[in-house]
Design a protein around this ligand. Structure first.
Ligand SMILES: Nc1ncnc2c1ncn2[C@@H]1O[C@H](COP(=O)(O)OP(=O)(O)OP(=O)(O)O)[C@@H](O)[C@H]1O
Length: 304
């Protein structure tokens, strides 16, 4: 079953087209990552899906409903974590959860919500005294309070330390295992790769890449990197390389569809010449590689 359906969505702010003909679908129980640079249109898309903004064109459906026209019904079944949460700074964490529980049908018990977010020890702390990461955690506790069927998370782990981020990932994965559909935006590509089974990359309001995470990454070239031995002319290598700018600038990178085979070719070549390829690393493609390739393609195609 499709939980979220977006077709030819358009939204402008004045004359500025923030979202231009965006289409994608998220299956029930799936974690879907919406990625892209600052200003790509991700938050605008999430806000429309959560019913906070009205689309200018196209259609959006959440659980078969129009999130703007059927706001009340959609709100009952969705949880939302936007980039800026509107807390009351003088309430404690526990009081904040209690206030939200009053407005939520069949809410989780307070301690369960705080436990999910790792905030048990902060129950008596005033919201204004929380760190940035702890505020994000509180926002997560509130977003999942009503056991939503669909969860919208806009940069859920920004400002979190690695431990809090890992805990949040476990919470999100656990909810998805229980059938919750999750749409998240993030600038942490590792986060998207760890959590999401499908993704779309937006740029300047449009989708520029989309698909299943595993399929997309396996179609992407992997990399073999090594330190070029002194005195070796890169042109003499059996495969083309580029150079990473760090260190002494002699870290050679070979992009290849089959990085294991490329590594073998390079090692055989080096062995035949009595050379050592120091620090050889072989890895399959990551989301970061996809991003770098998209950025390079967009630079080649000229500024939009
Ligand atoms: N209320 C608004 N009025 C005018 N322009 C806006 C408004 N909200 C967003 N924009 C513009 O629309 C574009 C898309 O913004 P949006 O917040 O959707 O991007 P984003 O992909 O979420 O970016 P980020 O990763 O920085 O959060 C940006 O250029 C932004 O400046």
């Amino acid at each position: 079953m499709t939980a979220i359906r977006v077709r030819e969505l358009r939204k402008s702010y004045g004359d500025f087209p923030a979202v231009r003909d965006v289409s994608f679908e998220v299956a029930e129980g799936e974690i879907f990552a919406l990625l892209g640079r600052n200003g790509a249109g991700k938050t605008t898309t999430v806000e429309i899906l959560a019913g906070f903004q009205r689309a200018d064109g196209g259609t959006v459906e959440v659980l078969g409903l129009d999130p703007y026209a059927d706001r009340a019904a959609v709100r009952q079944r969705t949880g939302v974590m936007l980039q800026e949460a509107g807390f009351f700074p003088d309430l404690t964490v526990a009081q904040t959860v209690d206030v939200w529980r009053d407005f939520t049908a069949a809410p989780r018990p307070r301690d369960e919500a705080l436990g999910l977010a790792g905030l048990e020890a902060k129950a008596g702390t005033r919201v204004r005294q929380l760190s940035g990461g702890e505020k994000r955690a509180l926002d997560l506790a509130l977003a999942v309070l009503g056991r939503p069927d669909v969860l919208f998370l806009d940069e859920p782990t920004s400002g979190m330390d690695p431990e809090a981020r890992r805990r949040t990932w476990e919470v999100v994965l656990g909810l998805a295992r229980q059938g919750t559909t999750v749409l998240l935006t993030t600038h942490y590509l590792e986060e998207a790769q760890h959590l999401a089974s499908a993704m779309a990359v937006m740029d300047a309001g449009e989708i520029v890449a989309a698909g299943g995470m595993a399929e997309t990454l396996s179609a992407q070239a992997g990399r073999v990197s090594f330190t070029l031995p002194p005195g070796v002319d890169p042109a003499s290598l059996p495969l083309p390389v580029t150079f990473d700018g760090d260190g002494d600038g002699r870290r050679a990178v070979c992009r290849a569809a089959d990085p294991d085979l490329a590594a073998q070719t390079l090692l055989t070549w080096a062995a035949g010449r009595g050379l050592r390829l120091a620090g050889l690393e072989v890895r399959t493609a990551t989301l970061e590689d996809l991003f770098l390739d998209l950025a390079a393609a967009s630079a080649k195609g000229g500024a939009r």
